[in-house]
Design a protein around this ligand. Sequence first.
Ligand SMILES: [Zn+2]
Length: 266
Amino acid sequence: MEGKSSAGDIITFLGTGGARIMVATQILASGGLWLNLSGTEILLDPGPGCIVQSTKRKLGGDKLSAIILSHRHLDHSADVNIMVEAMTQGGFKRRGWLFAPADALETEPVIFSYLKDYLEGIEVLQEGKSYSVGNISLATPIRHIHPVETYGMVFTTTEHTFAYIADSRYFDGLCHNYGSELLIINVVFLEPRPTIDHLSVADAKHIITELKPKVAILTHFGMSMWRAKPWEIAQRLSQETGVRVLAARDGMRFDLSQLDNLEEAD
Ligand SMILES: [Zn+2]
């Protein structure tokens, strides 16, 4: 205990696996990120297994204020229906918000229509907008290049800022819109695969070098990343970029108060 009175900001990784084969095999879990920010609990990208990963860590869905989907792909949204039920105590309590891009909600919605009535409301994520949940604000500065409508986010809590670069092909906008103390970045590929809209290690290195956060956390690993030992890649990137780079682990809790005594890289 550090004796601080504030509620603090903690991110729990309910999974670090990404893309189809990894998620289908569950070698790494795929439950998304559970944010506890100044006492406001938010679930980000509840992929397959989120309900299992969260309950086994005693994270209660009924504590959530919002569920956010960066995009509709299965590894980011599969458990959204059960998590809406958990957030609303089976629909007995109308509460909580869902944030998602329009294409996750329109022609083929990822959420069942009967569950929508359980929510306080649904907010459609759009490029260049910002939103609030309790005392937290989040912005979706730029649409990503990905087969479906996708946004990353910048969160501002009472004490910290952090950014989440969700799935995307590399483009320069990723280096200009996610300035923050902590950068979480979805790195599916070890080597660049130009025909597929995901980031590789080389892309991540470039983005981290440009954005210079205090800490960067790699996650959402495909098979090639996993075989290459993400923690070794993170160590190498730390040396090459001068930024402290970590590889997320399933179940890892990152306390943002760790950022308070770090200077940003030169
Ligand atoms: Zn995706």
